[in-house]
Design a binder for this molecule. Structure first.
Ligand code: FAD
Length: 392
């Protein structure tokens, strides 16, 4: 068989009803692919990375996204690969607990919050998807009469009824179809390193965060280890390597779980740096090219809801596409945006609001925050996300 990308994608779509290209086999793209296949569609899919590109970071999966797995028959597999998270606890810089939130109310009403490695969740979703062309990128997109044309880096090209840009926060699809004025950026001025800890003395049902002024550390257990986010100011962090920064934070940490976890960091896994910035697109499609997940509205990890929002949107898009015919694709994309944009931006706002509480640089500001947090309820913390989950 030919190795040209266009030929491989044509084979993926053989016998299809709609010609759909999904760009990016991340959380949103793989969820969309799996749901479409379940409905008898045969989407084509490309992913710029190789098939096995590491575990990535830890994810808290809220019921908003986790419930999509019920319909895919993957909820038992997720339960095996994840932990039930029951508490969220915040500490001050002295290691004193400020507030411990019992999440059972959330559990009872909506479903479980699960701690999982991104790589494990992706494996589940990709196994339920159709074939994926790895190591592949689109060079350019173009809306043409009654379709959208994708040109690939090997020079081959193919026309589709719709192209879905599910290529994440730095979406190349978004750059191609929208102007800079159509995208609003939000930068916290902070960033952080993801690291893994092998310390086995920490409660495996609790997310714990220690916030100081100018730095912080979060512990997020998954089966067998703890994901850590070692945060600080971007202007300081982008100049240092993760190991040096971890040593600096270790020296400032009080005795206790945060220090123990950081001391037991896994040196085999190189720390990955993430800038704490997001963006949202004013419009989610241009002609027959539509944005999904972080490509449409990206998330700070502060509320742990970006992956769930991406899955929720993938379910809505799968639904609209499965009702659409090729001729009325614009209408389907319009309905998708109407269904999801407000929901997603409401959850995104929650993440932005939390970042203002977490990422504080001054000592007096941090002191005031710590006092405020003593009285902050779970409702205050995730009010907007609760509204999204309730359908309000
Ligand atoms: C450190 C960290 C912690 C987080 N914690 C949480 C959490 O606890 N809970 C939560 O819900 N969310 C969390 N998030 C956010 C969450 O991961 C994202 O919101 C979610 O992954 C978005 O899904 P997506 O599919 O849109 O993007 P991604 O999952 O980023 O997938 C994009 C995919 O597209 C591929 N791609 C990119 N460019 C191209 C291209 N040009 N061509 C082809 N393929 C391409 C990428 O390789 C990738 O596979 C966290 C994020 C970070 C960085």
């Amino acid at each position: 068989m030919s190795n040209l990308v266009a030929d491989q994608l044509e084979a993926q779509m053989s016998g299809c009803r709609l010609r759909i290209l999904i760009v990016g086999a991340g959380i949103a793209g793989a969820t969309l692919n799996a749901l479409l296949r379940q409905r008898g569609e045969r989407p084509a899919m490309i992913e710029r990375n190789p098939a096995h590109s590491g575990s990535g970071y830890m994810l808290g999966l809220m019921p908003l996204g986790g419930r999509v797995l019920n319909g895919l028959g993957l909820s038992e597999a997720l339960a095996r690969d994840s932990l039930d998270m029951r508490y969220y606890e915040i500490f001050d810089r002295h290691g004193q607990s400020i507030n411990r939130y019992d999440l059972s109310e959330l559990f009872e009403r909506f479903g479980a919050l699960r701690g999982v490695e991104r790589g494990k969740l992706l494996s589940l979703l990709r196994n339920a998807s159709g074939p994926i062309c790895y190591d592949t990128k689109v060079k350019s997109f173009e809306n043409v009469t009654n379709g959208a044309l994708a040109q690939f880096e090997d020079g081959s090209q193919l026309e589709f009824d719709v192209i879905v840009g599910a290529d994440g926060i730095h979406s190349a699809t978004r750059h191609q179809i929208l102007s800079a004025n159509d995208v609003e950026d939000f930068d916290t001025g902070w960033g952080g390193f993801v690291m893994w800890s092998n310390w086995d003395g920490f409660a495996d049902d609790t997310y714990a965060e220690l916030w100081s002024s100018g730095w912080g550390l979060g512990l997020y257990p998954v089966p067998g280890r703890i994901g850590m986010f070692v945060a600080g100011r971007h202007d300081e962090l982008h100049q240092v390597n993760g190991e040096d920064y971890a040593k600096k934070i270790e020296a400032q940490l009080p005795d206790g779980p945060f220090r123990k976890a950081l001391q037991a960091r896994d040196h085999a896994d190189r720390p990955t740096y993430w800038k704490m910035a997001d963006c949202r697109s004013k419009t989610w499609s241009n002609g027959r090219i539509v944005l999904l997940g972080d490509a449409a509205a990206a998330f700070l990890p502060t509320a742990g809801v970006g992956a769930s929002a991406a899955m929720d949107s993938a379910a809505a898009l799968a639904d609209e596409l499965s009702r659409a015919d090729a001729k009325h694709m614009h209408y389907a994309l319009e309905l998708f945006e109407k269904r999801q944009k407000h929901r997603v931006e409401t959850a995104e706002k929650n993440s932005r609001d939390l970042s203002k509480l977490m990422f504080i640089n001054s000592a007096p500001g941090a002191w005031a925050r710590d006092k405020l947090m003593e009285f902050y309820t779970l409702k205050h913390l995730i009010d907007d996300i609760s509204k999204v989950m309730s359908g309000d």
